[in-house]
Write a protein that binds this ligand. Structure first.
Ligand SMILES: Cc1ncc(COP(=O)(O)O)c(C=O)c1O
Length: 408
């Protein structure tokens, strides 16, 4: 498949801003939506709207089937069992669910226990654990990154202790774009009796994920970063864990029986899906996964690899540009480039590039501890998708050069 054919499936790519063709390089924040995803949302909203899992009428059955088909599709996508897939509103919700439920699980955490968090994590994988640590008297330990942004997994043996109950790490950081060695981290943690939660928000759109192969205990991601609907997230949880975990939120449809004396709860995963679910959004995971499969086309992937190398070559050639997240092995980096330019403020650059039609991210990128680690107040980030062309990449590089000259 050619990139132009792929682009025709994403109407927003035809938009202009300030009279310039939109060059959308903010895919790590949220990816654009293909027609197939919007059509699924429309179908669920305009023809099949009904609440799920409760009424006996025809439309309720069809809508429930669409929702459960999405569960099976996600399970297939991750190499998991449908019973291990919980729908949430996003990665943030998925991680809060794990922290909230483990926090409530009899005897799981005792005061003085430890949570180990990678130093490159998004605030979504820091704050829920800090809140829990305050409630339960836990301490937080940090697995640092080196100057290149590579996780110091050599420090794992000294950071893991008999009190480390869970380790939280992104498969790919939203700032560094480096693919972390999850299997190695899981092996070290499991040998220590420590669970592993993987934040897959940035990974799912780019990598083939198999949770059984990774052997992680939890895997969280958002649909809107993989061409699906906003307000939809997934939590994979190992079956034996989900079965043992108490509900995180109470409400309708998560119960077995309710009485004033006490209530019992539905089996996992339904125990974790309280209240009316995202009826229109969750089924969009089916066309979103189909889009990822389409993007796996060898011709598209070859073009994507060329685009990545073009940007990487151009940015690394400039002595005034510092890239954060530069592993020795280029194949360990996704086309997600966070950088700073000497003597120029990231926000000023982002504003000028915006006027040239280029949408990219500037600021702390919800990773303030990582900014502190590198001694910066913010960065610029250009994040690509297979629908971005090499011409767009070259236009970005040229425009960056012009913007830097304007600001100096
Ligand atoms: C690595 C990572 N984790 C978590 C999140 C939070 O995702 P959401 O806002 O969809 O819950 C993001 C979003 O930028 C992310 O990049």
């Amino acid at each position: 498949m050619r990139v132009s054919e792929l682009r025709s499936l994403f109407p927003q790519l035809g938009e202009s801003v300030y009279g310039k063709p939109l060059v959308y390089l903010d895919n790590a924040a949220t990816s654009l939506r293909p027609v197939s995803v919007v059509e699924k949302w429309d179908e669920m909203s305009l023809r099949l709207n009904s609440n799920l899992h409760r009424a006996v009428h025809h439309t309720a059955n069809v809508a429930t089937r669409a929702f459960e088909d999405a569960r099976s599709a996600v399970a297939g996508f991750l190499g998991a069992d449908p019973g291990e897939i919980v729908f949430t509103s996003g990665t943030t919700h998925s991680i809060n669910l794990v922290a909230g439920s483990l926090g409530r699980m009899e005897g799981f955490f005792r005061a003085g226990d430890e949570v180990l968090i990678a130093g490159s994590e998004h605030h979504s994988d820091i704050i829920p654990w800090q809140l829990l640590a305050k409630d339960k008297g836990l301490s937080i330990k940090v697995l640092p990154v080196d100057e290149k942004g590579v996780l110091r997994i050599d420090l794992l043996p000294s950071l893991l202790s008999p009190r480390t109950r869970i380790c939280c790490v992104a498969e790919v950081s939203n700032v560094l774009g480096i693919i972390n060695p999850i299997k190695e981290i899981v092996a070290a943690c499991h040998a220590n009796g420590t669970l592993v939660l993987v934040d897959g928000a940035q990974a799912v759109a780019h990598l083939k994920v198999n949770v059984k192969d990774l052997d992680c205990d939890f895997y969280a991601f958002s649909a809107h970063k993989m061409y699906g609907s906003p307000g939809v997230g997934v939590l994979y949880g190992r079956k034996s864990l989900l079965d043992a975990m108490p509900p995180y939120m109470g409400g309708g449809e998560m119960i077995d029986s309710v009485s004033w004396e006490g209530s019992t709860f539905a089996k996992a995963p339904f125990r974790f899906e309280a209240g009316t679910q995202n009826i229109s959004g969750v089924p969009t995971l089916v066309p979103a996964i189909a889009m990822l499969e389409l993007m796996g086309d060898p011709e598209l992937q070859a073009a994507y690899a060329r685009t990545k190398n073009t940007v990487l070559d151009a940015l690394t050639a400039r002595p005034d540009v510092h890239i954060y997240g530069l592993p020795d092995d280029r194949s360990a980096k996704l086309p997600l480039f966070s950088f700073a330019v000497e003597g120029v403020h990231h926000e000023d650059l982002a504003l000028i590039l915006d006027k040239m039609g280029i949408a990219l991210r500037s600021g702390q990128m919800c990773a303030e501890p990582l900014m502190t680690r590198f001694g910066v107040t913010g960065m610029l980030r250009a994040s690509f998708s297979p629908y971005n062309t090499e011409e767009e990449a070259l236009y970005f590089i040229e425009s960056l050069d012009k913007a830097i000259k304007m600001l100096r």
